[in-house]
Design a protein. Structure first.
Length: 133
């Protein structure tokens, strides 16, 4: 399903009204299902990269996963609605962290690129400060 960027920005702002920057540089995006996204990521080798502290950590893992999806996955002439999120609370744990974010047919999900663990976004348990899709 093709969705215009404005619809995604509206959804992001509804979930996190104080978000600093929802950055969606393309005019339209494709929604697929979360299982297809996870199966696609499993074809990459991102989770196998070595965590090297500040040299290569969460922001670098999410950047690599985003690049892999952008490079390999598109449908109906639009990129998948997949990107990176920076926040200070994820899955109920307070921490400054970067991971992947994906809009799917079933809603908004977070994906931990260091193991492809995922969960549905919840404004009570997740606080996002910045998004790039």
């Amino acid at each position: 399903m093709i969705v215009k960027y404005g619809e995604i920005i509206k959804s992001i702002r509804e979930m996190w009204p104080k978000i600093y920057l929802p950055w969606l540089p393309d005019s339209k995006y494709f929604f697929t299902d979360i299982n297809t996204v996870i199966e696609s990521l499993k074809k990459s080798d991102v989770k196998d990269y070595e965590n090297q502290g500040e040299v290569f950590d969460c922001d670098d893992f999410s950047l690599q996963a985003n690049a892999y999806i952008k490079r390999t996955m598109r449908s109906d002439g639009a990129p998948w609605a997949f990107g990176e999120a920076l926040g200070d609370k994820f899955n109920g744990s307070e921490m400054i962290h970067t991971l992947n974010i994906c809009y799917t047919l079933d809603g908004l999900y977070f994906i931990e690129p260091q193991g492809y663990y995922f969960w549905k976004a919840d404004s009570n348990n997740d606080n996002v400060l910045m998004v790039k899709i």
